[in-house]
Design a protein around this ligand. Structure first.
Ligand code: FAD
Length: 312
């Protein structure tokens, strides 16, 4: 992390901090319950949008769709559906895009996706599928004119030969119609700032929204990071060291680490954040509170209260 934080940011309303939340589609009834607990707790924070991931190789196509539809039906949130082009024909992917547009989903997070054999395997596009994420962005814009967000990698994607190749790919996605990039998570803010400099120098002007991963479980985070090319600094390991059997303290440390990170980003002018919630609300809710993002009551959000007396 950059130099010690010195500001006294106190959630000034004039900064208009904007947040979005990412969820994954649940596999079981218990997971569904956990997800909806998280959504209910976070919804009053009025995120800009909430996104729902698409399992590797399209494995969650139906569950992603069902979750997005339920968000549309039961909340006032604006959903964004993740979509990948791995192992699917163009017409299969086009059908998913059309179904989202038909259901009233106006925002897609467009991704190439990992190869079916997992990260590290060579990626081969489906012979009749979209070639890559830029090609998919163009397809989405052509078919339905939806808003499209894409990924960005401050530490470069593991498949990428160089940061320059990575920035070229981002440029191709923007030229194809993407209007926002969400970054892979990172723990050293300097990595993000350096990446932002390169992106802006390449003439890319869209928002590059930092993806923030509150560390719910350090071991899982380290495994996940190893697969995605994100680095885990020694100081982070040190902070969680010895807390393997102490979930309560782990949670406090995780909140402190994420707070330090987002407040440093705010000090450097960042006002938009995407949170990888892992379908848990507590840490994200606390960090949003620090950022001055506070709940609105159902009334303020324009939701009729069930026990409100009917007006004559
Ligand atoms: C915000 C975010 C959300 C995500 N959501 C999901 C999700 O819902 N479901 C899911 O399965 N995955 C998801 N991923 C992971 C993503 O699918 C993988 O990282 C995947 O390997 C790359 O897809 P992409 O669209 O990010 O890649 P791209 O932007 O297409 O490529 C990333 C980089 O890899 C390089 N590259 C790409 N293809 C090649 C190639 N053939 N040869 C050499 N270099 C190449 C390019 O230089 C490029 O810079 C997400 C990632 C992020 C950051």
């Amino acid at each position: 992390m950059s130099a010690a934080r010195t500001s006294r940011f106190a959630g000034e309303p004039s900064l208009r901090i904007r947040v979005s939340f990412e969820f994954f589609p649940p596999k079981t009834a218990d997971m569904e319950h956990t997800l909806w607990e998280a959504i209910s707790r976070l919804a009053p924070l009025q995120p800009h949008f909430v996104s729902v991931t698409y399992g590797a190789g399209g494995s969650t196509r139906e569950r992603t769709h069902a979750t997005v539809k339920r968000i549309l039906a039961e909340t006032m949130l604006t959903p964004a559906a993740h979509l990948t082009c791995v192992a699917a024909t163009r017409s299969e992917v086009d059908a998913v895009i059309a179904a989202y547009a038909e259901a009233g989903v106006h925002h897609i997070v467009a991704l190439r996706g990992d190869p079916p054999g997992g990260v590290g395997e060579r990626y081969t596009p489906h012979p009749t599928g979209y070639r890559n994420a830029a090609d998919l962005v163009a397809g989405i814009r052509r078919i339905a004119g939806l808003e499209v967000s894409v990924s960005a990698y401050p530490e470069k994607h593991p498949d990428s030969a160089s940061v320059a190749a990575d920035v070229d790919m981002l440029k191709a996605k923007v030229d194809a119609g993407a209007t926002r990039a969400i970054t892979q998570f990172f723990f050293e803010n300097d990595l993000y700032f350096r990446y932002l400099d390169r992106v802006r120098a390449a003439g890319i002007a869209i928002p590059i929204v930092p993806g923030i991963l509150p560390v719910q479980n350090f071991k899982m985070t380290r495994n996940f990071a190893a697969r995605t090319g994100a680095s885990v600094p020694d100081w982070l390991a040190q902070r969680f060291d010895g807390l393997e059997d102490d979930p309560a303290t782990r949670k406090l440390i995780a909140a402190a680490v994420a707070a330090e990170q987002v407040l440093d980003l705010v000090d450097h002018g960042v006002t938009e954040f995407h949170f990888y919630t892992m379908n848990r609300a507590d840490l994200v809710y606390a960090i949003c509170h620090l950022l001055g993002v506070r709940p609105k009551s159902a009334h303020e959000m324009g939701v009729p209260l069930h026990d409100e007396p009917e007006r004559a």
